[in-house]
Design a protein around this ligand. Structure first.
Ligand SMILES: O=C(O)CCC(=O)C(=O)O
Ligand SMILES: [Fe+2]
Length: 312
């Protein structure tokens, strides 16, 4: 089964406003398409998602200007362990414990941690990061409204309300710009090393914006990885482990990865993507939504701390 493309046109329903019949049937329909995707392949593409492509392109270009700076410069903006702001060096993370460090760099951003200095050579980085964070927050809320509806939660705003502090100190949601350098003979790729090791995401949902280089693969139910090819003007969405736990395994946090390309032509291209990792508010208690108590209640913060302890 491939990854479905879901049209999000018309799904910008005002918070708290009672829905007319037409709106209700639209949100039911789109919500059930999303839930079907998350029960099976675990990923879907959203088109007509409303985030301006000019913003996405500007953020991509600006991030790239940063990543192309010398290592000594980027080092000045390295992310301290206890914040969600700054540069993550090549091979610093290993998303699959069986592999060497990922051949990637990243820059993390959470508006609540914006009290550090920004790279002075990259003038628009700060304002574009804020703007994209805000746009992704808005889209996430719209996705949550459709999900809450389709999962038949008490209120349409149920999931939205659990994420009300996105962008504030008490919520771990992060915008992350990823950069996968070109591979040359000097890269000294280690045995088993990849751009991004097999993993599932940690939080509730992830929005992923790819460039046109490709390379992302998603594990199907049969265990075979299939390409999640870049489609223009779409955003890929998937769920993380916390949402799988919350839904008592009704929705699946699918494993995915980015290998080193085999063709020489692809190897010499760098790749960029950005991920918006959405987490519930720190103090939100994750109790199985179906009342099954399949998993013990845990706060969002405790769950994330536990998951992160394996990555670094
Ligand atoms: O770069 C990509 O396409 C995927 C990145 C990813 O899955 C992650 O960072 O969690
Ligand atoms: Fe991921």
């Amino acid at each position: 089964m491939g990854i479905p493309i879901i049209d999000f046109t018309g799904l910008d329903l005002e918070e708290g406003k009672p829905l007319g019949d037409k709106e209700q049937s639209l949100i039911n329909d789109v919500g059930s398409q999303i839930v079907d995707a998350f029960r099976t392949v675990g990923f879907c593409y959203l088109k007509n998602h409303g985030i301006p492509s000019a913003l996405i392109e500007a953020y991509r270009k600006t991030s790239r200007d940063f990543f192309e700076q010398p290592v000594e410069y980027k080092q000045k903006y390295a992310r301290p362990q206890d914040t969600n702001f700054g540069w993550v060096a090549l091979e610093r993370e290993r998303l699959s414990p069986e592999r060497p460090g990922d051949y990637k760099e990243a820059f993390n951003f959470n508006p609540a941690d914006d009290n550090k200095s920004w790279p002075d050579r990259i003038p628009e980085f700060q304002s574009l990061s804020h703007e994209l964070f805000q746009q992704c927050t808005k889209l996430s809320f719209r996705i949550f409204d459709a999900l809450s509806t389709s999962l038949e939660l008490k209120e349409r705003s149920f999931l939205r309300d659990c994420h009300k502090n996105m962008g504030k100190k008490s919520n771990a949601t992060t915008l992350r710009s990823l950069f996968y350098p070109r591979i040359t003979p000097d890269s000294n790729i280690k045995s088993g090393q990849v751009r991004c090791g097999e993993h599932s995401d940690y939080g509730s949902i992830t929005l992923l914006f790819q460039d046109d280089v490709g390379g992302l693969e998603v594990r199907g139910l049969d265990g075979i990885y299939i390409p999640a090819n870049p489609l223009p003007d779409t955003v890929l969405i998937n769920i993380g482990d916390l949402m799988q736990r919350w839904t008592a395994d009704k929705l699946i946090a699918t494993k995915h990865r980015v290998l080193i390309p085999e063709e020489e032509l692809k190897k010499c291209q760098c790749r960029q993507s950005f991920a918006f990792f959405v987490h519930p508010d720190d103090d939100c208690t994750i109790i199985c939504l179906d009342g099954s108590n399949k998993y013990e209640p845990i706060t969002s913060k405790d769950y994330l701390d536990y998951r992160f302890s394996f990555t670094y």
